[in-house]
Design a protein around this ligand. Structure first.
Ligand code: NAI
Ligand code: MG
Length: 351
């Protein structure tokens, strides 16, 4: 029997409440399909930062390197600045393991009311492919004249031919495997160096993928269209910052940010990939046992897909669809009163 080595990083807040359900689902679906998981847990978090002065140990990446995948809850908590927790854990993993694709699918499931009238269940099914290691999230820049009236901050974006090309190729391949449509998020009217370059490379890669119909939209107009007509999208490809914003918007269109999953992929498989719900640590509801576990469970399904178990992954997304369509059980973010554990038990029954 194949046993996959999985690193579990629950992180902060509800991260620790949504990973156990994901693990229960993985174990159940693995038993059925004849593979298993060996988990190693890491306490890397804001709590560790408060205790030890770092989100993770100096050799953190080396501890993860031999794993088949990483499953992460959420990091960030009041008391530690968000840029400290993000740059101390998530971003080093994404960059150190060259997880240059951030894949964020959304679906409007039957039984979930979207706040958007145009978002009809079964019709909205698209994926945001976010560039995950360069772009606007750069370390180049600085602060000058701190505390003086002429204080200033400069931050440079970094867009490279290699970095853009590889994420575009991933997105075009994905579109070819889906409904054959790709939309690129740009803003080349206002951002006059990096995004015209992005657009040129989209046209170049588009010509290399004649099986995909593609177009581009300025990101502001695209945001409006995701709200007004979400069913028209198949694959949306975007830079690091645009992809981050559009995928949260898309998750909200799907009914709750608690459902949305994400995969940080190293497509070459030189390094482990990392799977995590889109949501954060939700300090406002942490500790009450009412977090929606679906974002973490769907992320576990993306992990199964990446490990080559597409059927097992489909079993999990089918169980998610079934628990929402066939039962009235909901966590409070979806208008119900179920606890995380009650909701997970029902999903396991249906799996
Ligand atoms: P958040 O996603 O933690 O919460 C936003 C709102 O959505 C809250 O009202 C929360 O209760 C609700 N929510 C989120 N996930 C939910 C779930 N599974 N079930 C039910 N309700 C859910 O975003 P926020 O408040 O901006 O950030 C809180 C902390 O999380 C910050 O420290 C932030 O830096 C961190 N964060 C970490 C992320 C990560 O680890 N990838 C991503 C986003 C935020
Ligand atoms: Mg985000």
């Amino acid at each position: 029997m194949t046993t996959y080595r999985i690193a579990l990083i629950p992180g902060d807040g509800i991260g620790a409440e949504v990973l156990p359900p994901a693990r229960q689902v993985l174990d159940a679906v693995g038993r059925r399909h004849g593979f298993g998981f060996a988990y190693t847990s890491y306490d890397w978090s804001c709590e560790r930062y408060a205790r030890a002065g770092a989100m993770m140990p100096a050799d953190g990446l080396d501890q993860l390197r031999d794993k088949d995948a990483i499953l992460l809850g959420a990091v960030g908590y009041p008391g530690v600045a968000d840029h400290v927790s993000l740059w101390g854990l998530l971003i080093p993993i994404r960059r150190g393991f060259r997880q240059y694709v951030n894949l964020r699918p959304i679906r409007v499931f039957d039984g979930v009311d979207s706040p958007v009238r145009a978002a009809v269940a079964g019709e909205v099914d698209f994926v945001v492919v976010r560039e995950n290691v360069e772009g606007e999230y750069s370390e180049i820049g600085g602060r000058l004249n701190r505390g003086f009236p002429d204080e200033m901050a400069v931050q440079e974006s970094v867009f490279t031919r290699a970095g853009i090309t590889r994420v575009l190729d991933y997105a075009f391949h994905l579109a070819a495997d889906r409904r054959g449509r790709l939309t690129s998020a740009t803003k080349s009217n206002g951002i006059v160096h990096t995004l015209p370059f992005w657009d040129e490379l989209v046209a170049e890669r588009g010509a290399a993928h004649p099986d995909v119909t593609w177009d581009q939209e300025h990101v502001d107009a695209l945001a409006a269209k995701i709200v007004l007509d979400p069913a028209r999208f198949d694959v949306v490809v975007a830079s690091n910052l645009f992809g981050d914003i559009l995928s949260d918007l898309a998750a909200a269109v799907a009914g709750s940010i608690g459902i949305a999953p994400a995969a940080n992929l190293n497509p070459e498989r030189d390094f482990p990939s990392m799977f995590e719900p889109v949501h954060g640590s939700a300090p406002d509801i942490a500790g009450r046992g009412v977090a929606n576990p679906l974002g973490a469970i769907w992320s576990a399904a993306l992990m199964l897909d990446h490990l080559g178990h597409a059927e097992a992954a489909a079993d999990v997304t089918d169980a998610i669809a079934a628990v929402l369509a066939k039962t009235d059980l909901r966590t409070p973010d979806l208008g119900g009163t179920a606890t995380t554990a009650e909701f997970t038990d029902k999903l396991l029954d249906l799996l």
